[in-house]
Ligand binder design. Structure first.
Ligand code: ZN
Length: 102
């Protein structure tokens, strides 16, 4: 599940959303003013995470970031929670045992 960065066309605030690749930018609701006029920005952060796919440590970092973002989402209004719920299972828990073998 990629993390997308958006800028709201209504209140001009920036926010990021973890959502399915199938979600269109025009379906994204601004968490600040609930407007549906967000523009997707290219997040350098997302690209970096996607490109780093060799060590468990990097993945662990990415997962904890994702977790942090998911945590943010749980505090958003229900409409946002509904949006990510269907295909956004909880991120796989990086088990410490698998990572220490470095
Ligand atoms: Zn807004």
């Amino acid at each position: 599940m990629p993390i997308y960065e958006y800028r709201c066309g209504q209140c001009e605030k920036q926010f990021d959303v973890t959502q399915s690749v199938h979600v269109r930018p025009e379906d994204t609701v601004c968490p600040h003013c609930n407007a549906q006029s967000a523009t997707r920005l290219m997040s350098a952060c997302t690209t970096k995470i996607k490109g780093t796919h060799k060590t468990g440590f990097a993945e662990m970092k990415a997962y904890s970031m994702l977790d942090e973002r998911m945590d943010k989402f749980s505090k958003l209004p229900p409409i946002m929670g509904k949006r990510i719920d269907p295909d956004a299972g909880p991120p796989p828990d990086p088990s410490p045992g698998g990572i220490t073998g470095n």
